[in-house]
Design a protein around this ligand. Sequence first.
Ligand code: ZN
Ligand code: ZN
Length: 97
Amino acid sequence: MFCSQCGESLPEKAYFCLKCGSRTSKGVEAGVSYPWKWEKEVERTLSTVANELEKTFETVKESIRKSTTRDPIACPSCGEKNLHDARFCYTCGKDLD
Ligand SMILES: [Zn+2]
Ligand SMILES: [Zn+2]
């Protein structure tokens, strides 16, 4: 048996070429996939997701820190304490700007 890609002579039972790594006709017939390629793909995806999560987490932490380090706004109309970034009182609807 010979590799269809590089012409390397291969053992009868080879599913993959031992030289270039491409699937042999036997491998195609048997329906074997490239497990290491799949693993690499998953690994890359996971690390991307992990990075994204970390970034999101940092953003959330940052916004929590910001919102807790600022004083609430007391509504001049009803006295209700609103979040520091509120534009309108959540109780009476007064414009807080
Ligand atoms: Zn080959
Ligand atoms: Zn109010």
